[in-house]
Design a protein around this ligand. Structure first.
Ligand SMILES: N[C@@H](CCC(=O)N[C@@H](CS)C(=O)NCC(=O)O)C(=O)O
Length: 237
């Protein structure tokens, strides 16, 4: 049994989709990040960086519980635990998977997150930041489009954890000022993954708690996510 501490955001969805793909039993524990639940003492012990997702595998290595944070590490762990082809075993495909997984973790996730922040959440719209991150999101989309023009999936001919990590970040591209129709190879790939039954089940996890695209952040949410409470965490641990 895997305990999953999560919320319906792109980083949370990666893990929900992965668990559905590999068919492991899991229990969802919602962590309402807009209400500051990521700062609870028990959660800071699981992830001192106070971000979802985090897991506890009650049947971890040597039969002992194992906790893990960082969505990329969780995907690698679950793929290896289940011996799943989602982390291919042949060296070339395995390292291509790692390469595109790290491209997502170090590029797409952080840059798309900043684009969303400055375009949508920032109270004062700062033109330089909006332009910088919108352009960066567009540049990264171009890199993905080039890759998916030469390869069916990111790592190669097979669907892997690199695709699982990237796909949820492309579900609401208007937030990054992008249009999927401008990137036809990404669109082909996006639609193929969206049709997978495990993906459709994964994005239903906590769907009732997701903020609708047209609803902004409350002052309470801002306080926890970007305001004074965000920077007290080290004092709480
Ligand atoms: N690199 C981390 C990023 C996780 C992350 O940024 N999670 C966000 C939601 S998508 C969060 O929990 N934010 C809470 C906060 O900022 O306090 C991962 O991939 O797991």
């Amino acid at each position: 049994m895997i305990d999953v501490y999560t919320w319906p955001t792109p980083n949370g969805h990666k893990v929900h989709i992965m668990l559905e793909e590999v068919g492991l039993k899991y229990t969802i524990h919602p962590i309402a990040i807009g209400k500051g639940e990521q700062f609870q003492a028990f959660f800071l012990k699981l992830n001192p960086n106070h971000r979802i997702p985090a897991i506890v595998d009650q049947d971890g290595p040597e039969g002992k519980p194992m906790s893990l944070f960082e969505s990329g590490a969780i995907l690698l762990y679950l793929a290896e635990k289940t011996g799943s082809g989602l982390l291919p075993k042949t060296p070339e495909l395995k390292y291509r998977t790692m390469q595109w997984l790290m491209f997502q973790m170090g590029g797409v996730g952080p840059m798309f997150g900043q684009a969303n922040h400055f375009r949508g959440y920032a109270v004062d719209k700062h033109a330089y930041s909006v332009e910088r991150y919108t352009k960066e999101a567009g540049r990264l989309m171009g890199v993905l489009d080039t890759r998916l023009g030469e390869s069916e999936y990111l790592a190669g001919g097979v669907y892997t954890i690199a695709d699982i990590a990237t796909w949820p970040w492309l579900r609401n591209l208007h937030r990054q000022g992008q249009d999927l129709n401008d990137f036809p190879n990404v669109k082909r790939w996006f639609d193929a993954i969206a049709a997978r039954p495990a993906v459709q089940r994964g994005i239903q996890v906590l769907a009732d708690k997701a903020r609708p695209a047209n609803v902004g952040m409350t002052d309470e949410e801002r306080k926890w996510m970007f305001g004074e409470e965000q920077y007290k965490a080290h004092k709480r641990a």
